[in-house]
Design a protein around this ligand. Structure first.
Ligand code: ADP
Ligand code: MG
Length: 562
């Protein structure tokens, strides 16, 4: 039997990949199951075009078996198998993807179910294996072959005995080390968990022998004696909810998925089922949570969506899919255009992913907009929880997101005595009103008592009451809305027509010059100056800010760490 070397590049690539691409060893199973699924898909495609092949769904499955004594794990499929030549090219050359070639050769435009295309997944087996054996018989062939490799020294190919078409891959696990307990991959529960986690939506049954407790048949009367028996079970769900027709799904189905996936323990306020076709393709199920996740405002909170590639999980929390201001959104994205074995770093620069992220952002924004328009009550509930995040978004990145977010903001209105949008404010605004007025303070009640608000309110103008620190930062960043500038009622110039200094004012100032000088001296550094003001009606005195930074904002800035 002749021993062949992996191509030189392949050997180095193999080491590189095993250590670099995959952050967790357990993904080897995901890769091998995906290959098995691809092999079955190829039979399916063949059957579509070749009448002599019947595709009987029952005959196609993936079986995972374990042998604890010999420390081997087997992944068997009833797929298309490989010829000797295919074994050579597909498993002997890293970065050779038989699956990609198959898609091209068969002109499968969107060979959308076939997962493989990069030709590296198979080698992930060597993360856990000291030896891999592949026994395979190609569809339409009478010969079977055995491919064996220890990963480092190349591989051998020899004839084998195998009656059925398909592939059986056997992994001889590495010896346990201090850091890694490879035996864990022989554990029934571990295997079940890994299969569920990554391969739940593989279209073909993934079977595993599992131990079930059964009542012993010949147990004596009244006795409940249990014995362990082995039963073959299908572990995966097969059809993901996001591939199902929206019309066949109820709110309950979406809520169940939310709970099952542990996106949260609450009931989501809103869900979105997105199917996008065209230059970018993806499916997504997204949720607005019903309540703020307990760690949301802490450093521990990680934003992100689950990311799938053709139904196979590639990342549990992909942060690149959501802008920070939508970090509360939960859910998943599945795209055929992403590769399985892609590293986190590569993913960040992936053009497809960025296009998807942009699309997701727009979908979420539009959904919130429509919620604001059609379901105000729930929107206000939402805003109470996550509004600060949106305002933060306006303020972040130097106002780049302003256009995306400004119409989603709500502020308390002095006039309406409830939350209003900026558009609503503008609509009500008298023509001669020069600015959008706002006042800042700790609470609505306290702002209402501010002497500075009096004159603007007296004019009949509406004032937005900003009670949160981030409010004013957001307003400052926006500068204007619908061509109207924002103006703090406490600022020097309110743009009111009766503001010009009259002779009378000058006289008054002159008359009280000495008094003001004494007051100024008493107050020292605390004030810049003391002067007469027209903004006061029922209050004797008030503080105003010079320039554009309000007193509230100064307080906040003073509190910030340097
Ligand atoms: P990819 O799946 O990205 O193409 P892999 O390294 O995972 O790359 O696999 C390389 C190739 O080996 C596949 O494209 C396929 O042609 C072949 N192959 C792997 N596993 C099987 C299998 N179980 N049955 C048939 N062919 C397989
Ligand atoms: Mg693969």
């Amino acid at each position: 039997m002749e021993k062949k070397q992996f191509q030189a590049e392949s050997q180095r690539l193999l080491e590189l990949m095993v250590n670099a691409i995959y952050s967790q060893k357990e993904v080897f199973l995901r890769e091998l199951i995906s290959n098995a699924s691809d092999a079955i898909d190829k039979m399916y495609y063949k059957a579509l075009t070749d009448d002599s092949i019947s595709f009987n769904a029952d005959e196609f499955y993936i079986k995972i078996s374990r042998d604890e004594d010999n420390r081997t794990l087997t992944i068997a499929d009833t797929g298309i198998g490989m010829t000797k030549e295919e074994l050579e090219t597909n498993l002997g050359t890293i970065a050779e993807s038989g699956s990609l070639n198959f898609k091209n050769a068969n002109e499968i435009e969107d060979g959308h179910d076939i997962i493989g295309q990069f030709g590296v997944g198979f080698y992930s087996a060597f993360m856990v294996a000291k030896k891999v054996t592949v026994e395979t018989k190609a569809h339409g062939s009478n010969e079977a072959y055995r491919w064996v490799s220890d990963g480092v020294d190349g591989y051998t190919i020899e004839p084998a005995e195998k009656t059925e078409t398909g592939t059986v891959l056997t992994i001889e696990l590495k010896d346990n080390t201090e850091d890694e307990d490879y035996d864990n991959f022989l554990n029934e529960d571990t295997l079940r968990t890994i299969i569920k986690k990554y391969s739940d939506f593989i279209r073909y049954p993934i079977k595993l022998d599992v131990t079930v407790q059964q009542k012993k048949e010949d147990a004596a009367e009244g006795e409940e004696e249990m014995i362990d028996t082995i039963e073959e079970q299908t572990i995966n769900n097969m059809i993901p909810i996001w591939k199902k027709d929206k019309n066949d799904l109820s709110e309950e189905d979406y809520h169940n998925f939310y709970t099952e996936k542990r996106y949260g323990f609450d009931t989501p306020l809103r869900y979105m089922h997105v199917n996008v076709e065209g230059t970018i393709r993806y499916d997504a199920i997204l949720y607005v949570p019903g309540s703020v996740p307990f760690d949301f405002y802490s450093k521990e909170y990680e934003k992100g969506l689950e990311l799938y590639s053709s139904g196979v999980l590639i990342m549990e929390k992909c942060p690149d899919l959501l802008p920070d201001y939508f970090s509360f959104i939960k859910g998943m994205v599945d795209s055929e255009d992403l590769s399985l074995n892609i590293s986190r770093e590569m993913l960040q620069h992936d053009r497809q992913l960025r296009a998807i992220a942009k699309n997701v952002k727009n979908k979420v924004r539009n959904e919130l907009k429509s919620m604001l328009k059609n379901d105000r009550e729930n929107y206000e509930k939402f805003f109470e929880q996550f509004g600060p995040q949106l305002k933060y978004g306006v303020y972040q990145d130097f106002g780049q997101n302003k256009d995306d977010l400004q119409d989603l903001l709500l502020f308390y209105s002095s006039k309406e005595e409830k939350l209003v949008t900026l558009a609503e404010y503008l609509e009500r605004m008298p023509e001669d009103q020069p600015y959008i007025y706002y006042a800042t303070g700790e609470s609505v009640d306290r702002i209402a008592k501010l002497p500075q608000t009096e004159r603007v309110a007296d004019k009949g103008y509406e004032i937005l009451f900003l009670t949160e620190q981030v409010d004013e930062f957001a307003i400052k960043m926006m500068m204007s809305y619908g061509e109207k500038e924002f103006r703090n009622v406490a600022s020097g110039d309110l743009g009111l027509d009766d503001e010009e200094e009259t002779e009378e004012d000058k006289e008054q100032a002159e008359e009280n010059k000495e008094l003001f000088a004494v007051m100024q001296e008493e107050l020292g550094d605390k004030v810049k100056g003391v002067r007469t003001s027209k903004r006061l009606k029922s209050h004797p005195v008030c503080l105003t800010a010079e320039g554009e930074i309000s007193i509230e904002m100064e307080k906040t800035l003073a509190m910030m760490p340097e």
